[in-house]
Design a binder for this molecule. Sequence first.
Ligand SMILES: [Fe+2]
Ligand SMILES: [Fe+2]
Length: 221
Amino acid sequence: MPTPRARAEWAARVHAEYRSAAHSARLAHLCIACGLDEDLARRALQVAGEELDHARLSHQVLVALGGGDEPQAIDAGELLLPPSPDGPLADLVDLAVRGFCLGETFAVPLFAAMRTEARHPRARDVLDRILADEARHRQLGWDLLDALLALDPDGVRRRVQDKLPGWLDAFRQAYRPADEAVPLSDEERAVGLLPAAAYRQAHDRCRAEDIGARLRARGLG
Ligand SMILES: [Fe+2]
Ligand SMILES: [Fe+2]
C-alpha cells in the first residue's frame, strides 16, 4: 500500500508545480512589461500552461495513491512575488536566474533520478511528461539570461554576481533534507521517492557540472 510519506511527497509536488505555474505567469508578465523579445514572453506563457498540467497530473498521482481528490490548499502569499524596489527589470533578472537558470536546471536531474526507479504506472507516466517539459523550461532561463545580459550588460552582470551566492546557498540547503529515520521501501521508491542522499547527489553534480559550466560560459562562474 502507498504510505503517508508517499502521499505527502506527491502533495508537495502538487504545490511545487502550482507555484511554478504562478512564477512562470509572472515571468511572462515581466517579459512583456520590460519589452523583451515577444518569443520569450510566449515561451514563458507556454511554460505556465505546462506547469498547470504538471500540478493537475501530480494531483492525479496523489489520488491514485489514496490521497483523496479534494483540492489542495492554496497559499496566495507564496504564489505572489512581491515587486522589487529596484524595478521590473531587476524582478525579471531575479526570477529568470533564481527560478529558471537555477530552479528549473536543478529540477531536470532530480526528476530523472525520481523516474529511474519509478515503476508505479501513473507515477511513471507523469514523471515522463514532466521530464520531457523540464529541459525546455531550463533552456528558457538561460536564453532569458542571455537576452538580459545583451540588454543591460553591466547592470545585469552586477546584480547576478551580487545575488548568485545567496541563491546557490538556498538551493544547497533545500536539496539537503535530513536522512530518513526509516529507509524508503520498495513501494515508496516505485512511486518516485528518493533517499536524502540522492537529493544531495543530484544537486551537487548539477551544481558542479551543468550549472557551473553554463555560468562559466557567461563569465559568471
Ligand atoms: Fe513542472
Ligand atoms: Fe518546470
